[in-house]
Each structure stands twice: as structure tokens, then as C-alpha cells.
Design a protein around this ligand. Sequence first.
Ligand SMILES: C[S@@+](CC[C@H](N)C(=O)[O-])C[C@H]1O[C@@H](n2cnc3c(N)ncnc32)[C@H](O)[C@@H]1O
Ligand SMILES: [Zn+2]
Ligand SMILES: [Zn+2]
Ligand SMILES: [Zn+2]
Length: 380
Amino acid sequence: MREKQIQQNYRPIIAVHKWFARRPGSLFRALLLSEFVGGDLETNYFRSHNLHGLKVADPFMGGGTPLLEANRLGCDILGYDINPMAYWIVRQEIQQLDLNEYQEAANALGQWLEKKIGFLYRTECIYCHNPEAYVKYFIWVKTQRCIECHREFDLFPGYLIAENRRHPKNVIICWNCGSLNEVIDKRRPGNCQVCGLALLLAGPANRNKCKCPHCGKINVYPNPQYKPPKHRLVVIEYHCPRCQSVHRGRFFKKPDDVDLARYRQAQSMWQDVEPIFVPDDLIPPGDETARLHRWGYYRYREMFNERQLLGLELICRAINQYKNTRVREALATNLSDLLRYQNMLCRYDTYALKSLDIFSVHGFPVGLVQCESNILGIKR
Ligand SMILES: C[S@@+](CC[C@H](N)C(=O)[O-])C[C@H]1O[C@@H](n2cnc3c(N)ncnc32)[C@H](O)[C@@H]1O
Ligand SMILES: [Zn+2]
Ligand SMILES: [Zn+2]
Ligand SMILES: [Zn+2]
């Protein structure tokens, strides 16, 4: 039970790549020791063992937990799976890797990417005006065109962006002017410091219905006619190394004109790219993909915004250059796992103030507020 809480701390190797429903490694260690060592498990569990010469096979290996544990005990292992992802992931996790060579390649890739697109993840700090603050997250709200007056409106389910748990105050977007207000008591949010109107917590979008703020017409969402959904940038969470020592809590800002222009620049850069690696494949029908179709996502690439597609395509190209197959495959595995945090189905956790990846809940839930992470990570 303790392992399941923070599985990747107990079994760091599984953090190489996401796999669903991984069993605890401790369970298989216990089974292997009971089978091949015997004696008192409570004592043996914590001893080192060398089961060299034993061969363990798992013909349906999935995430490979039994094999990884057998391998730690010194067994030779053999695995199969009909799913090519399972095969790829377990093989990558278990194969030998020259860590120095890998680290060097990863650093070089990061530096190259920083030069190419790092500027797309910078923003001006609202406190010290440092123009080179690092964006952590871009927060986007879905928008829809009104069926009556044909004007665009936001599908805000609520205006609370951050709670006062990991940040000193609650952060509320003004429904009227979009300014960010930091308030102590979210039940009594008061008035917007910029436009003076009363702040609201509840948004207009609720249970698949949203009233158009321009004409009052009740619109229904999702509407796959508007394929795929559109988004509007509403908040940036960033990190300013210059004021970090004097600033309490996180840094939030309403996007300024430069931020909006940067995104347009990413869009035009993406338009100039002839994609080699970003696929054009349709999302096939299935139990878990029906929701995506209902939202008007018909191709995988539609689940990413232009800045994400640009970054992902560039990373693919860079990885493809590596002559050393082992390093190239290791980097490709990292990229594959990164995908779950680099798409427009990620959500922002208003409590923990972090991105929730596309697989954090089973079945591709499509949120109304989405979170785009800095593809380069944050340097501190
Ligand atoms: C529950 S997972 C296995 C988990 C793993 N053995 C463990 O104990 O942690 C079942 C796996 O069987 C694989 N599978 C299903 N049918 C298969 C077949 N005919 N041949 C090989 N693998 C198959 C699935 O792709 C899936 O990854
Ligand atoms: Zn600053
Ligand atoms: Zn309207
Ligand atoms: Zn306002």
C-alpha cells in the first residue's frame, strides 16, 4: 500500500514511461522470494539475493513488473506482449544504457531546443519587469461561437484559478475584464481591482450548457461541428529568478500583448514547417475515444496546439539525428512519455498548482480549462 502511493519513488525505473495499472513491485518480489528462496519472507524480503541461473518468462508482460523484479533478483528474463508499446517500454527500461552518453545527448538536445524555441516560453515579470521570466504554464479556456449571435464566448466553468493552499491567496479571474485578483477569502471575493465589478466564482458553463454573455442564448457543448475546440489564453503561471527571493508564492499574470504575439509567432513558425514526424492519422472509434469525437477531435494532431506541435516536431528531428541507436531510442522513449504532458487535454490542478496529464483520469476527460506546460521545463 505504501509503494502504491508514490510508486516511482520505490521503483524509479517505471518512471521511464507511463504504463497503466502497474502492480506494486513489492508484491512480485514477495512472490519470487516465496517461490525460489523460501524461509521467512519478512526477513528475506530485505536481504540481497542472487537468483542467477533462474529464467523467468512472462508471455503477457504488460508493464513488466514481474520481469523487472525478477531481473533485480538476478534472474534471466524473457518477455512478450501483443501490444508493441508494452514491448517497447519494458525493453527500454531494462536494456543497458550508457548514462554519460545519454546525459550528454539529452543536454545537447535541450540546449539546441532552447535556442530554437526557448523565447516562446518567456514572459515579462509583472513585479520586476524582467522580460526573460520563464513560463511554467499557459492556461487556456475553451471558447465557442454562439448559435444565435455568432460571437465567440468563453466556456468558463468557474473563475477560481488557484486556491490558497500552495499559494498565499486565491487567484480569481475577473469574469468581466480578465484581470487576475488575489483574494484572501474566496467566499467573499469582493470587487475586481481593475474594473471594479463584483468578482464571481461560478462560471457560466455548467452541465454541457453555457449562456452566451452577448445575447443570453443558451448554447450546448460540446458541439463537434466546431472541430476541434478553440481555446483562448487567459492566465500564465511563470517563474522569475530575479524576484524569487522577495516574492511569496507563485507568479500569475494575465497574458499581455507580447505573450499573445509570441503565440501568433509560434503559429506562423509551425505553418512554415513541413512536418515529417507529426502524424495526420485519424483517431479510431473505440470505447475511450468516443468522447474525443464528441468534442470534435478527429485527428491526433488536433489534440495539440501549434506551439506544442512545433516543439514536438523539432524534438523528433533532433532525436532522429543521433547515430547511436541506444541513445536515440532512449530519447525517443522520453519524448513518447512527454506527450502526455504536451497536449491540450492536460488540465491545471487548482489545488496542487500543477499540470494533470492526459492520462491522470481514465477515458480522456476533456476539460474546459486546459494547461500547456513549458516544453523545456524550468531552469532554476
Ligand atoms: C494485465 S497485463 C499483464 C501484466 C503483467 N503480466 C503483470 O503481472 O504485471 C496483460 C497483458 O497481456 C497482453 N496480451 C493480451 N493478449 C495477448 C496475447 N495473445 N499475446 C501476448 N500478450 C497478450 C496485453 O497486451 C496486456 O499488456
Ligand atoms: Zn520578477
Ligand atoms: Zn450569443
Ligand atoms: Zn475586472
